[in-house]
Design a protein around this ligand. Sequence first.
Ligand SMILES: NC(=O)c1ccc[n+]([C@@H]2O[C@H](COP(=O)([O-])OP(=O)(O)OC[C@H]3O[C@@H](n4cnc5c(N)ncnc54)[C@H](OP(=O)(O)O)[C@@H]3O)[C@@H](O)[C@H]2O)c1
Length: 240
Amino acid sequence: MNNNLNIVIIGSSRGIGREVAKHLCSQGHNLFCISRNAEALELLKKECFEIRPATAVTTLALDVSELTAGTYRLRSRITNVFERIDVLLYNAGLLVKKDFAEFKMAEAMNIFGVNFFSAAAVIKELLPLMGGERISHIVNVGSMGGFQGSTKFPGLSFYTASKAALGSLSECLAVELNDHNVRVNCLALGSAQTEMLEEAFPGYSAPLSAAEMAEFVSHFMVTGHKYFNGKVLPVSVSTP
Ligand SMILES: NC(=O)c1ccc[n+]([C@@H]2O[C@H](COP(=O)([O-])OP(=O)(O)OC[C@H]3O[C@@H](n4cnc5c(N)ncnc54)[C@H](OP(=O)(O)O)[C@@H]3O)[C@@H](O)[C@H]2O)c1
């Protein structure tokens, strides 16, 4: 890959994704950042400008669930600014903590919608912009809970299962897309201090800040394809 990469970040308005955007912008990469919260994206753009005025940051307020219906044309929005995509980070996530028996199936399907089906839909939509003469890297953000044999927590059944499914999809896609020069990996993250974590585990103090986790994720996005393909990698120093 070249020095200045075209990078798409899905889930970038807060938490780890926002810190990834800031980190990669400081390195001069070209960013296309997607999330629902338009105001937060506008602030992110301003912050990126302050960090490195020359960096190209495009933002798009979008609920990625719209892609599962197949009616939203994300590809053309991206080709307005990028000829191709070097790295795609699927970081959007929905965590709902509730006893299994209390879940309505519609809620469960919504979790799988954001954490799994929207990831698949985004990848399908953007594949024509990846690989070919140069390698592209898809990084899906999973969770330690979804890593086989890891400690499980009550109330997180559908979240955890959806992240396990995302890991499995990553393994399968790596095989199918290898000949197209697309590498696919999944990072099974341990805890990082974000709003999502605070809501799931009130009062718990994570060993890593969002910025610290983002530093690793950013580095992996840019270099990980050289060392890994089709891997679900635990990134954790603690439980949870
Ligand atoms: N923090 C942890 O300890 C931890 C541990 C393991 C795994 N993870 C995973 O790491 C990822 C980031 O976690 P986080 O803690 O930073 O979470 P977060 O603070 O809740 O951030 C999630 C991001 O995804 C975006 N998003 C959610 N639903 C979306 C949708 N339908 N369409 C578009 N964007 C959407 C949110 O932006 P909008 O609200 O603006 O849409 C937000 O920018 C998640 O996938 C999470 O499951 C986190």
